[in-house]
Write a new protein. Structure first.
Length: 289
């Protein structure tokens, strides 16, 4: 059985059944850290239960009552010890033409990616104050540059980035360190899930599906060619933040993110043109009119 790192305290990870969250939980446990892993379906975390270092909680970040219950459960778990870290890893992607995105889906995007992480950090703040702990929020490169058909996820990550900056400034006097990690595309199942949801929504409106399908197909081909990075680059950044080393408060990581950051600083019209051309959307978007 893995020996606990008695100096590390407890680290809470949301979205622990996802590709990034699962990889982080495994790394933390391998490092001997005690982990509170949360997910909407925590039973999927049974593979890690034998370590003796893991506690699991059911948590739906879009449900205020679930967050309140989680706060009480976490306080009981760490009683006599400390909560040294909160990693807001959970997130969803809502994609598709804005003309077709249901408003309810945009609300869900913001609930899970922005309001949920904020509400959880607020709820756990007394415990984090007591330990002078660390909060790590997982953003995305889309907070810096928005591409067609990914407006909802970009809006959520930009909102999270703004709240993260406010947390860093306001929680700092309590000794709490706050970091934001902004990766590019990662090799997880989240994009295939979001693409399936997008296509299911468009299937309900054949006219919109026909109008946008050429552009969406071009976008999908472009993403497949560009590839995605290994989740390890995000896990390594999280571990560095939790270790308290000299790392940047906001870290952009992953394949292709440097070029995207450069694009984000260009004049708007030039950036728009370059983005559309890079994604093969120059003529495809014209065909939607």
């Amino acid at each position: 059985m893995m020996q606990a790192n008695s100096n590390a305290g407890w680290t809470l990870v949301t979205g622990a059944t996802g590709g990034l969250g699962g990889a982080l939980v495994a790394r933390l446990l391998a490092d001997g850290r005690r982990v509170i892993a949360t997910a909407r379906r925590p039973e999927l975390l049974d593979a890690h239960q034998g370590s003796g270092l893991l506690r699991t909680l059911s948590l739906d970040l879009s449900d205020p009552a679930a967050i309140a219950d989680a706060r009480n459960s976490v306080a009981e778990i760490v009683k006599g010890d400390r909560l040294s870290g909160l990693v807001n890893m959970a997130g969803i992607i809502v994609e598709g033409p804005l003309e077709a995105v249901p408003v309810s889906e945009l609300r869900r995007q913001l609930d899970v990616n922005v309001i949920g992480p904020f509400a959880l950090a607020q709820a756990l703040l007394p415990l984090l104050k007591g330990s002078r702990g660390t909060i790590v929020n997982i953003g995305a490169i889309s907070a810096h540059i928005t591409i067609p058909f990914y407006g909802p996820i970009a809006a959520s990550k930009a909102g999270l980035a703004a709240l993260n900056d406010a947390m860093r400034l306001e929680f700092g006097p309590y000794g709490i360190k706050v970091f934001l990690i902004e990766p590019g595309a990662m090799k997880t199942g989240i994009f295939s899930t979001s693409r399936a949801a997008r296509d299911a929504t468009l299937a309900k409106s054949p006219e919109l599906d026909q109008r946008y399908r050429p552009a969406l197909a071009a976008m999908d081909r472009s993403f497949e060619k560009s590839g995605a990075d290994d989740p390890a680059v995000v896990v390594n950044a999280v571990m560095a933040a939790l270790a308290g080393g000299k790392v940047k408060p906001r870290m952009v990581v992953g394949k292709g993110t440097r070029a995207l950051m450069l694009l984000s600083h260009l004049p708007d019209r030039l950036r728009d043109r370059l983005v559309k051309n890079a994604l093969g959307l120059g003529s495809a978007l014209k065909s939607t009119t």
